[in-house]
Design a protein around this ligand. Sequence first.
Ligand code: HEM
Ligand SMILES: [Cu+2]
Length: 561
Amino acid sequence: MNRGDDGATIHTAEHEFPLPERRLFLAHFIIAFFALFLGAVAGLLQGISRTGLIVLPAAIGYYQLLTLHGIMLAYVFTTFTIVGFLLLGTAKTTGGTFTPPERRLAWGGYVLMLAGVALDAVAILTNEATVLYTFYPPMRAMPIFYIGVFLVLFGSWLPGGTIFAAYRRWKKAHPDAPSPLFAYMSVATYILWLIATLGVLFELAFMLIPWSLGWMKTINVGAARTFFWFFGHPVVYFWLLPAYIYWYVNIPRMIKGKIFSNLLPRLTFVLFILYSIPVGLHHQFGDPGIEPIWKFIQATLTFFVVIPTLLTAFAVIAMFEEAGRGQGATRPFEWIKKLPWKDARFLAPVVGMLFFIPGGAGGIINASYQLNQVVHNTLWLPGHFHLTLATTVILTYIAITFWAIPSLTGRTYTPQANRAANLVVVLWSTGMLFMSTAMHVLGVLGEPRRTAYTDYAGADVVESWVFWRALMGSGAVFLFLGIVVYLGVIVYLMMYAPQAERVVEFPIGDVRDKAPPPPPILERWGLWVAIVGALILIAYTWPIVELLTQTKNGAPPLRSW
Ligand code: HEM
Ligand SMILES: [Cu+2]
């Protein structure tokens, strides 16, 4: 019987990370925790100030907070968590350690990223970069802001080199075997990320940085936004795919099950590489200067992402059912009872999966060319991505750290820690139910996103918002409490929990015996990159050529704060 906390998992304790690896991984998670805390404070203040519950002190601007929130959570927290997790799992599955050069490369990336975070923190806190996390021109921040973002994103390439090298090292040693699933999925995630970041790195290096340094007087706004969204859509898959890795590879082990298939997860990740990049224009339906046909083509391509999403839903549920049946469940749905619901490391991601259902449904509305007009730039949008990113993904990352930290510090994930962790799940789902529902409703009622508190000079429509605004604000309070309890558990697991008697295993599942081996074509990365390259050329060449050639006058910089 799966009891929860300890009982659910298999403790083989055969593998312990050497100290240099532990330091490397922990260093990433620690920065992520700081970023999460800063972002959460900003989130709380936003949530309760834009409802009119509190008035921000004059020294703090609403948009400054919002910039801090977006940068710290969407870029810093996510990237550091993802890099830490992918490095950890790749090291474990490619032999247990990295080689010293592999490790040095990852540290190099860490230093660049950290330098970038420091520059951005200074720029934002001094109120010289209140341009939000999308940094659309013609709003112009001080140069170190853009340089900081560049360093964070480019720095994140280096640990990708570590992952590729470890993967290649393993393949050389095992030429005929399919690669370990975790390493394969990390490589796929990184290929997606390298291609995606090309867009925004180009925008930063050749447009925003020279312009903010004063070397260029004006900027081509339409082209800059297009390079941004070339990156801004696939970035959501960079956030999501590590969560999928946890579902596909880590969960089976903790629930005494097996990975359902050795092919499906690989196919899913390859499809994500193909379908996530040539679709950024679905964020620019309202932008002038791009012909509707290209928006239509990219809107259509967007919907293909349903395929890998449904494949994942199928594979994950099948894996749950097999695990339950393997533990004696025979009656219909009896397998559900065999799952370790009391263990937050299982409960959190599964609650996350449930939130993904309305999240995905809302995403279909956003991506629909016509329906988008109803919700565009309203509170509906943050309502949507607080379900997907800030619930499905975050709850899964939370579970990941409840494994990672004990396995890196050698301390025990105690039943008390697990109880507090379950409280985090309760606080988060309650808070998000309130805040996200309210945001969706407010959006449909017409309240804009990215707007400080205003009563619109007493316009009638504001009356219909009053209740929902209060609900949004109270949701924000629950969410903030959730993060406080979460970080409390993390501090406990880092410093106070009892030393574990045996090594805490970081769970990596085995593929079930009956699963056929994956076809070698799925490891032919050159082929997949060539296909995605062709798709990008088809979807983007003409819009970009038009944006670059038809704009005669660029925009001078603007300070809106
Ligand atoms: C304490 C928990 C949180 C609260 C109370 C909160 C609250 C909010 C609110 C009220 C907004 C909308 C502001 C506006 O449009 O005027 C917002 C925006 C946003 N939130 Fe959160 N949030 C929380 C956690 C998170 C997390 C965990 C993430 C991601 C990992 C996240 C990512 C974002 C992003 C990317 C935006 C958009 C910023 C923009 O439009 O520039 N939030 N948040
Ligand atoms: Cu998108």
